[in-house]
Design a protein around this ligand. Structure first.
Ligand code: 5AD
Ligand code: SF4
Length: 448
């Protein structure tokens, strides 16, 4: 069968989509780049905010039209919305052929066989409470960065606004053996950088291996040059992790540590299990540990912020703004609170109006933009280690390559030799910056 796969949502979904494509290809199915060419349209969905669900429902409407015109034959919905809405989705939208939860991906090939045998529609939800910690599927996509490797599934935290524990189930860590095998396979295929993924990676544990233990094992893989990881949780990030960022040479100096709010009152209502002070203590300690180290190896810190949580007063919001000024994150993902049915936060009184949420969001975005711009500007004249990803797509504006610094910042590099390849690591002198991008010239080729 020819299949077309569209992905909504987070990095975990990107990884799952690569796995879906990998499994289907292994069973002889063929990827196509436009949905019109496909027999089956698969959409990998996200439930984390209402906007994501609305976009998926819009796309489903479009697929329904294609199916009724006979252009595609089947429609499959995978991922978090499938898990969350299950049968209801099918009741409301009878044209869907397959609904598949995020932990049931490995059953996809036999479910497609069942569709071909007119045994549909099918609802296959994941048994999220069962022990499926080694039920991970290898990804075999074409070489492109970032390259994600899931090290754990689910989440045991209960942030009051979040659907993830319901859609992805309890936390299950994957065995180090399994993770290392997958990464060695990727290195054999030419990958030189991996990003380890989990909702709260720093609570990873498998028998006697904790997250830093896993990082040490991955760091020892020959041929691998760089390791990144996301997402960390402030209640689990310990001192060993901060030292690992400095001392494990392949671990890139990048920490994504969501704080969500700067107000202790709101953090408690969010059930975050950390205070503003706890967060600041981690940041201050990290900066202390990196004191005296060159700019090329200073850590970049990023966060997620939610504004307009139920009951957030102007003064709570000002505390978030104040925390932004105090921490000065390199970058931030900023969201308006989105009500998610079934979560505790949805039942709280004092939901804020859209206008207030939008105003607060615009203010944090402006401030972050300014901070990112200033932080990046200070990098002008510094020499950074950049790994090449691909030749720049925008040939008119930039004829060089796109790459990333160890801190995960996008760098547009000029003066790259014609025989350069993705995965090459170069020393690049930064000449110009914006809030989101650095520009620079090659100074030297480091080891290939
Ligand atoms: N509303 C807004 N943002 C949310 N996030 C999770 N749930 C919600 C919600 N209901 C954000 C958090 C989280 C990121 C992945 O998505 O900031 O860290
Ligand atoms: Fe959601 Fe909180 Fe778990 Fe992150 S840590 S996935 S925000 S419940």
């Amino acid at each position: 069968m020819k299949f077309h796969l569209q992905t909504f949502g987070c990095q975990m979904n990107v990884y799952d989509s690569e796995s879906i494509a990998g499994i289907l290809r292994a069973y002889g199915h063929e990827t196509v780049s436009t949905v019109q060419e496909a027999d089956i349209a698969l959409i990998n969905t996200c439930s984390v905010r209402r906007g994501a669900e609305t976009r998926v429902l819009g796309q489903l409407g479009h697929l329904k039209t294609l199916k009724s015109r006979g252009i595609i034959r089947y429609i499959a919905v995978c991922g978090c919305m499938a898990q969350k809405h299950g049968e209801d989705l099918l009741k409301e939208r009878g044209y869907i052929d397959l609904i598949l939860g995020p932990a049931a991906l490995s059953r996809l090939p036999c479910l497609l066989d069942r569709l071909e045998n007119h045994d549909g529609p099918i609802v296959e939800l994941s048994q999220l409470d069962i022990e499926d910690r080694d039920d991970f599927v290898p990804n075999d996509g074409p070489i492109s960065y970032p390259c994600f490797v899931t090290i754990m599934k689910g989440c045991d935290r209960r942030c009051s606004y979040c659907v993830v524990p319901d859609t992805r189930g309890p936390e299950r860590s994957r065995s180090p053996q399994n993770v290392l095998d997958e990464i060695r396979g990727l290195v054999d295929r030419g990958y030189r950088e991996v990003t380890l993924l989990g909702q709260t990676v720093d609570s990873y544990r498998y028998d006697n291996t904790d997250f830093v233990g896993l990082l040490e094992k991955v760091n020892a893989i020959e041929g691998l040059r760089r390791i990144r990881f996301a997402t960390s949780h402030p209640a689990d990030a310990n001192e060993r992790l901060l030292f690992a960022l400095r001392d494990l040479e392949k671990v890139c100096e990048q920490l994504h540590l969501p704080v969500q709010s700067g107000s202790d009152r709101i953090l408690a209502a969010m059930r975050r299990d950390h205070t503003r002070e706890d967060y600041l203590r981690i940041i201050d300690r990290l900066r202390e540990i990196f004191d005296g180290i060159s700019a090329a190896h200073q850590p970049a810190i990023s966060t997620d912020l939610i504004v307009g949580f139920p009951g957030e007063t102007e003064s709570d919001f000002e505390e978030t703004v104040d925390l932004m000024r105090r921490v000065r994150w390199d970058s931030a993902f900023m969201f308006k609170y989105s009500i998610r049915p079934g979560t505790y936060a949805a039942t709280l009184p004092e939901h804020l109006d859209e206008e207030t949420k939008a105003r607060r969001l615009a203010r944090v975005i402006d401030l972050q933009h300014e901070t990112s711009r200033e932080i990046n500007q200070r990098l002008i004249g510094e020499t950074l280690e950049v790994m090449l990803d691909q030749p720049s797509a925008d040939k008119r504006k930039h004829s060089g390559w796109d790459g990333r610094s160890r801190q995960g910042k996008t760098v547009k590099v000029a003066g790259v030799s014609p025989d350069a390849q993705p995965g090459d690591i170069l020393c690049v002198r930064i000449t110009k910056t914006t809030s989101y991008t650095l520009f620079g010239d090659v100074v030297s080729y480091s080891v290939r």
